[in-house]
Design a protein around this ligand. Structure first.
Ligand code: ATP
Length: 203
């Protein structure tokens, strides 16, 4: 039985905090594959300055290169409309019926997980794994984990937080600040080449 993890997000753009989460979860949970799933339209937050699905998919693909076991799925992009994780969980449990499935989230999504559409059904299919993204959220993660245990399995991955957001990066790019250390190198090149997020630099 293989161990498959999937990690959804807007990835607008994908950054080192996302990669950190994915790598820490892959190691801690001994995943055979970790699938990045860019959302078409995220249901849980306002999407600001969202670049196209093809651009976000391509940035995920570039970020996944050189990371062992990483894959990218266009399932949610092809579905269209709002991207509800329950359908993604059902999809992966259909294509990997013999695998143990894990779904990765950061703290903010974990803490509101019980507001997600059909979250009980998601927890019937997957173990929900959280990686903290702030230094002081461990108590609240433990409390939420206890609450969710009535519905299914959760894991708090033991990893240092890596506080960073796409919002901050979009602001840095638009403001002409140096953002290159926050993103995989190939994603930086892609943003420059395609002049995304108001990037004014030339190559
Ligand atoms: P935005 O700032 O545009 O709202 P974001 O940085 O929160 O974006 P998303 O693509 O919306 O990124 O997040 C996808 C998933 O990655 C969520 O589960 C989120 O909690 C998680 N995540 C994002 N950044 C980090 C981080 N630095 N550390 C751990 N998890 C993170």
């Amino acid at each position: 039985m293989a161990r498959t993890g999937f990690f959804g997000g807007t990835f607008n753009p994908i950054h080192r905090g996302h990669i950190h989460l994915a790598e820490e979860a892959r190691k801690a949970l001994k995943l055979d594959r970790l699938i990045l799933v860019p959302a078409n339209i995220p249901p849980h937050k306002e999407a600001h300055n969202l670049c196209t699905s093809a651009e976000r998919f391509e940035m995920c693909r570039l970020a996944a290169e050189n990371h062992e076991g990483f894959e990218v799925s266009d399932f949610e992009l092809k579905q269209g409309g709002k991207s509800y994780s329950v359908y993604t969980a059902e999809h992966f449990s259909e294509i990997y019926p013999d695998d143990e499935l894990f779904m990765m989230v950061g703290s903010d999504m974990f803490l509101c997980f019980d507001k997600w559409y059909r979250f009980e059904d998601i927890l019937k299919k997957v173990t929900l794994a959280v990686v903290s993204r702030e230094y002081d959220d461990m108590e609240s993660l433990k409390k939420k984990s206890d609450e969710l245990s009535a519905f299914g399995k959760t894991v708090i991955v033991n990893a240092e937080p890596f506080p960073l957001s796409s919002t901050e990066i979009r602001k840095m790019i638009a403001g002409g600040q140096n953002y290159s250390c926050y993103l995989p190198e190939k994603v930086v090149q892609y943003i420059r080449l395609n002049k995304l997020y108001g990037n004014a630099e030339s190559d």
